[in-house]
Ligand binder design. Structure first.
Ligand SMILES: Cc1cc2nc3c(=O)[nH]c(=O)nc-3n(C[C@H](O)[C@H](O)[C@H](O)COP(=O)(O)OP(=O)(O)OC[C@H]3O[C@@H](n4cnc5c(N)ncnc54)[C@H](O)[C@@H]3O)c2cc1C
Length: 302
């Protein structure tokens, strides 16, 4: 099923879309973690799950394998991420042929980040420059729902306003972008104002919402996407520097409140970067489903 149809169906009933993002592991231990996370999180019946596409290439083939497994073995709708990094347009078409042959109807069209060790992003000779070009390529020849990455704040490498970011994501008339998971800021108000600029159909992607991570790596994620962490939260985390369990608990509590705030203010869904770990996402989503903050949303107040 296409994710744009899932979003539309949920919106008709006033319900949000919840989804999880996994990544292809590089080691046998990582494979076991992924399997455990899939077994555990699939019981929450998310609306869909997505799988990232590595910049370096070593795990790229695994993206489609895992997407297929999520759909076929777990019965959960799945989306494959695809980036332009290091790939010609013909190679992208060949990957999309495989995605289509696997019965996958959803692709997140990305430009991608530079491979590890490189700082500047350069298009492959014969490749594409922007995610909009990839979205156009998909829309021209493939009957698929196309997702786009959006940022509530301007991106790091080419500073632009969030409005420009949202409009870039929709620039190509042929590229019917169906959903735009937005990288979270840790201030819900930023995500909400970004969302107001976009149409319904974007979901908020939350990395602070997966506090299976400790402070350091999460800050790296935020730095990479140009988001900021509020000072009071940083101070609170600093206070727990030697207590990883407390960092985790604070993260889960904070993320739950943040998601509840977003949903009560009309966010159409939450896309959790679960990083192949289940406990925090289970706790947060469990609490949200009990409290149902989206029922407090009043469109006239937006
Ligand atoms: C939900 C989500 C999932 C992600 N998954 C992955 C993943 O699996 N693998 C991975 O490698 N990375 C992933 N990323 C990161 C993404 O690759 C980076 O954000 C990367 O730096 C840019 O990719 P993009 O698709 O946002 O690029 P683009 O949309 O192409 O944007 C890149 C820059 O170019 C500008 N731009 C876009 N179109 C045009 C145009 N037509 N003309 C002029 N300027 C333009 C944009 O404003 C932006 O500054 C993800 C990000 C998000 C939010």
């Amino acid at each position: 099923m296409r994710i744009d149809d899932i979003l539309a169906g949920r919106a008709r009933h006033g319900d949000p879309v919840f989804s999880f993002e996994f990544f292809p592991p590089k080691t046998p231990d990582g494979e076991r973690n992924l399997q455990r996370a899939l077994d555990s999180l699939s019981t929450l019946r998310p609306d869909f799950a997505s799988v990232t596409y590595g910049a370096g290439g070593s795990t790229r083939d695994r993206t489609l394998d895992i997407v297929r497994e999520i759909k076929d073995s777990y019965g959960i709708e799945a989306m494959a991420h695809l980036s332009c990094v290091g790939t010609t347009a013909d190679e992208l078409r060949s990957i999309l042929d495989q995605v289509r042959a696997a019965g996958i109807e959803n692709v997140l069209a990305l430009r991608g980040d530079p491979p590890a060790g490189e700082t500047e992003w350069r298009p492959h000779p014969g490749g594409l420059h922007y995610s909009t070009e990839l979205a156009s390529l998909i829309a021209a020849d493939y009957e698929m729902a196309i997702g786009a990455a959006c940022f509530p704040r301007s991106t790091r490498r080419l500073p632009i306003s969030p409005t420009t970011c949202a409009s870039c994501a929709r620039r190509s008339p042929r590229a019917r972008r169906s959903s735009s998971p937005s990288s979270s800021s840790t201030t819900s108000s930023t995500s909400i104002s970004s969302r107001r600029r976009e149409r319904s159909g974007s979901t908020c992607r939350s990395s602070r919402d997966h506090p299976d991570h400790q402070c350091g790596p999460d800050q790296a994620v935020h730095a990479a996407c140009g988001a900021s962490i509020p000072e009071p939260l940083l101070d609170a985390l600093d206070g727990y520097a030697d207590e990883p369990d407390s960092v985790l608990e604070l993260g889960v509590a904070y993320a739950t409140l943040q998601c509840a705030d977003l949903l009560a203010r009309g966010a159409p869904g939450i896309h959790f970067y679960v990083l192949n770990k289940a406990p925090s996402a289970r706790a947060i989503l469990g609490a949200l489903r009990l409290q149902r903050p989206w029922e407090r949303f009043r469109p006239e107040r937006v």
